[in-house]
Design a protein around this ligand. Sequence first.
Ligand SMILES: C[S@@+](CC[C@H](N)C(=O)[O-])C[C@H]1O[C@@H](n2cnc3c(N)ncnc32)[C@H](O)[C@@H]1O
Length: 273
Amino acid sequence: MEQNKQVFISHKQVPRGLTLLGRNQQQSASELQAGARAELTPSPLNQALSSMRGRLVYQTARFLINHEGFTNYVALRIPLAKQIIQGAIPHQNKHPVIVELGVGFSPLSVLLAEELPNATVIELDTEEIIKKRQKRLRNANLPQNLESVAADLSQVSLLEALGGRKPDVIEFTGAYYVHDELIEVLNYFHSVLNDEGSLAMYIPWQPGVDAIRATARFFKRQIGDYPGIVRNVEEIHTLMSRTNFQSHTVIFPSQYAPHLKPLDVEVMVLAKR
Ligand SMILES: C[S@@+](CC[C@H](N)C(=O)[O-])C[C@H]1O[C@@H](n2cnc3c(N)ncnc32)[C@H](O)[C@@H]1O
């Protein structure tokens, strides 16, 4: 197997605002999503990235939730993100830098690196997760343009973790911050991105989460309790208008693949610097 490049960043003090990054982002969510992908879209990559525990948790969740639209959303989540990120790179930019922040056990970084051989794709997570991820992918033939960075973003700045490279696209999940905090985090990404850069952010969508909750057999109250959840498009516009991003688009999985009828459990916000 080809080992992709690894960078481990040691802990250092950083300015206060940056300590917000990744504060409560959950690893268990990443295991569950990887388990779901392995069950629903069992490619060798998705299977390698998943754990037995993640697959079992997903099987239980599927029994409890049993909503076809939810299943279709899980299957679509990564292909949709990939398409949106590819579309966000300006044509004239022949060597873009793409960062998947809090990569967990997602296949997105690998798929993007395979499809965009001239890009540098950087997957970033804590040292613990990056090590687990690399163990799971030890037999995979990973592309040369994929770089793994282990860094705790509550301890080091993103720019430092990226070795001073300004990304053209940052992919990130906005679920884990209340909006005032999220604005601070988004403005930080804005300051790190390249001039023409974009942010691709999944954020939980209240109507979709409510639909799951309505069909769930048990644990209704525990489902989808995300600080960053948005209730309507207006709320997204208000949130984004409080950031330094110039413009943004909201993309619904149900619009992307209407024939599959995915439930909009999250929406993607694509923001232009
Ligand atoms: C919800 S999970 C990622 C899900 C993944 N992007 C996917 O689509 O499957 C959030 C990730 O953020 C990472 N994370 C949390 N705090 C972090 C920090 N301070 N620095 C770097 N990564 C962090 C966690 O380890 C976790 O893997």
